[in-house]
Design a binder for this molecule. Structure first.
Ligand code: HEM
Length: 259
């Protein structure tokens, strides 16, 4: 029998994965479930593309890296806008089924942490025993992997850029730290190598988009639950505000004041 659309996409399984828990049913719970599932699918694709971005960078494939990076930032910017859909849900409507979430929280999204780790925002304690993340063992692979920044240094190295030796031998389980000597090189590249600038600016787009997601999410949370504690046990909005404006590529941001 010929392969069908439904078989190829395994639609019966996909469309059987939405299980609202409110009794009697609360209309908006379906929206809440679908939007989170859609986000997890976008996260999955971002991770898939990010693995390719790393390969492109280490293979010194600049045009491959630029096109992959542009795809990632476009997925992300599109995903950020989807918060608009959830903002059509009123605080009262959310309150009608919030209890059903029990202790479930986006705080436990492994893929979101994987994305953070892949882009160099690493926190080893999240991947070790005692972590608040159920299934944290899955994060250990990402913790030990080089971040996008490390792979970017491969590409720069292959193009004759003087990459500081301490960055090449750094402990990859640690987060990205700004480096003054690297910033000198980045500044020179901004003046002399426009083809690399296209890549840098695309990475900046993603970085800015990631911060934009945090901002849109915290505002969504504030307008939906105000100052209530999170279902994940955090202080909610006040907790989320702490990671606002956290850059993924600090050198690319810092070097701008010298331009
Ligand atoms: C009405 C909608 C939402 C509310 C009220 C809400 C609330 C919260 C709160 C209060 C936290 C802090 C952790 C805790 O639970 O104590 C949190 C974290 C988080 N939420 Fe949401 N959220 C909503 C929608 C979403 C959506 C659509 C996503 C998409 C996947 C998402 C993903 C996350 C992630 C990844 C975190 C961890 C952020 C971090 O640690 O930096 N949330 N959310």
């Amino acid at each position: 029998m010929a392969l069908t659309y439904s078989d190829y996409l395994v639609l019966p399984t996909l469309l059987d994965l939405q299980h609202p828990r409110s009794e009697p049913p609360e209309h908006d719970e379906m929206l809440f479930i679908v939007i989170h599932q859609a986000y997890e699918l976008w996260f999955r694709l971002v991770l898939h593309e990010t693995d390719k971005l790393k390969r492109d960078l280490s293979a010194n494939d600049l045009y491959g890296a630029i096109s992959t990076s542009k795809r990632i930032r476009t997925i992300w910017k599109t995903a950020v806008q989807q918060i608009d859909i959830l903002e059509t849900m009123t605080p009262l409507s959310f309150a009608s089924f919030r209890d059903r979430l029990d202790t479930a929280s986006g705080l436990q999204s492994l893929q979101f942490r994987e994305i953070e780790f892949a882009y160099g925002y690493k926190r080893a304690d999240l991947a070790r025993p005692g972590s608040p993340l159920p299934g944290y063992e899955k994060l250990q692979r990402r913790l030990g992997e080089r971040s996008v920044m490390d792979h970017l240094l491969d590409l720069l190295d292959a193009r004759g850029v003087k990459v500081p030796a301490e960055l090449r031998t750094r402990d990859v389980t640690l987060g990205t730290e700004p480096n003054l000597a690297l910033q000198d090189e980045l500044l020179r590249i901004y003046h002399e190598q426009p083809e690399l600038v296209i890549l840098f600016e695309s990475l900046m787009d993603f970085d800015e988009g990631f911060q934009e997601w945090r901002y849109r999410h915290v505002k969504l949370v504030e307008r939906t639950i105000g100052a209530k504690l999170g279902t994940g046990g955090s202080a909610g909005v006040e907790f989320l505000k702490r990671s606002l404006f956290k850059p993924l590529f600090p050198d690319l941001w810092t070097v701008r004041y010298r331009m």
